[in-house]
Design a protein around this ligand. Sequence first.
Ligand SMILES: C[S@@+](CC[C@H](N)C(=O)[O-])C[C@H]1O[C@@H](n2cnc3c(N)ncnc32)[C@H](O)[C@@H]1O
Length: 289
Amino acid sequence: MKLRETKEFFQNELNGLYEAEEINNFFNILIEFYLGLNRLNFALNPEQIFSIEEYQPILNGLKALKKNIPIQYIIGETEFFGLPFKVNASVLIPRPETEELVQWILKNQSKTKNNLSILDIGTGSGCIAISLANNLPNATVYALDVSKEALKTAAQNAELNHVNVEFIEASILNSKTWNSYFKNLKFDIIVSNPPYVRELEKEQMKANVLDNEPHLALFVDDEDSLKFYKAITQFAVDNLKDKGCLFFEINEYLGNSMIQLLKDYNFNDVVLKQDIFKKDRMIKGTKKG
Ligand SMILES: C[S@@+](CC[C@H](N)C(=O)[O-])C[C@H]1O[C@@H](n2cnc3c(N)ncnc32)[C@H](O)[C@@H]1O
């Protein structure tokens, strides 16, 4: 079957489920991943013929797309901060707004500072910890998650990107699981993108996120929507060095509550920052020295 015909079939099958541009994008990703063809190869040789066996993974991808499975889970990888990351159903697919958080942390940091120690809480795929380790070669980076499966994937990603990150399996909500580990450790930077989507916001979410991404990574009860932020801020009070910085990705609707929270815990220089879509998305505070 010709490549052009396969593309037409693919477009017809997904028509109405996704925007035309998105469908083309999916097709390009799949032919690049499974057939090693980029956009230009397709444009130059649309009549190229492949066997049904060669097309099989693309047809499987099509089936999965019809079930709303995100393309990143279908091919099992994505890119974050210019680095490759393995992803699967146990980890959240890293988001562009989280790249902005990493960028902000790096801007606040000298690349050459020695003995910098960093902790990422709720590491998931490891995207924040690993990109920081990659860009701050003198830093010692730790990353914590409650999910064993997520930590397995994060460890693979650290290896894939040739960085050292120390992974810790613990629940940030239960000090018994991490108390002894952090007894003698103090950090210059603590960062977290914890679960922050309230149940009441579920309705606004796309089916591909809701049906496929881990709910453990996404949701928090409406009644105590800042519970992760409170626990992590208290942890930061106890475990940051003096003048150390706490960085969070936040729910766009909770910017003011987050400012208040950091002030209540006596953080200085509290800065709320918007993402490129002008949504309140990040906050930082500095521990008093
Ligand atoms: C929003 S995801 C962030 C993942 C990744 N850091 C990112 O930015 O893409 C939140 C992460 O917190 C983890 N998590 C949920 N409850 C936790 C807990 N009680 N203690 C530690 N981590 C937890 C989830 O497993 C998930 O990996």
